[in-house]
Design a protein around this ligand. Sequence first.
Ligand SMILES: Nc1ncnc2c1ncn2[C@@H]1O[C@H](COP(=O)(O)OP(=O)(O)O)[C@@H](O)[C@H]1O
Ligand SMILES: [Mg+2]
Length: 198
Amino acid sequence: MSKEIRKSSNVVWTESHVAESQRRDHLAQKPLTLWFTGLSGAGKTTLGFQLEKALLETGKLAFVLDGDNVRHGLNRDLGFSSIDRSENIRRVAEVAKLMNQAGLIVIVSLISPFAEDRSMARHIIGSEYFREVYISTPLEVCEIRDPKGLYSRARAGEITGFTGVSSPYEAPSCPDVSLDTSTMSVESCISKLIRVIG
Ligand SMILES: Nc1ncnc2c1ncn2[C@@H]1O[C@H](COP(=O)(O)OP(=O)(O)O)[C@@H](O)[C@H]1O
Ligand SMILES: [Mg+2]
């Protein structure tokens, strides 16, 4: 049974007295969400936190919403079924949107294997703020890296529905940026991302 997302009819939106332009001026940056998608082991977390640090060092305020980290708290009640993956993405997208409204540059590092869920994220966050970053490292390389030992467990049948092994990964058809970490160093990936942010 699919989860229904309900909103009470008794809630009323109140507009902030602070304009988005005031926050932009205050932080001297344009808010943006860089949505990293790719297989487990592709390099999303590594690049996300390196980019956050690089941005802070140039005076920009950024924050990483990492898949594994949000599953420790906000999304600890969710598993890896397609319904739960979708709800995981919806919640992260809503948090990214709030952080963008607060003026931050948000880096989301989530496998987000389904195109439909990524398109929901774009819709929630708004195209103006959303950039899709495909970490396109091939499966063979991710599997050799296996930084968390998950591929070998998935191959042994100990993990079901593992993306790339027993669950599909739908590659983005038109990403804003593509980074293959099997051929690009961390430094060159970060330089390319910083150019996208501007
Ligand atoms: N150019 C690179 N960019 C990012 N990670 C790399 C690169 N080269 C090697 N790696 C390694 O690949 C692994 C990627 O793991 P991780 O960042 O946790 O991936 P993900 O979050 O996509 O599952 C790390 O062990 C990292 O050190
Ligand atoms: Mg990760």
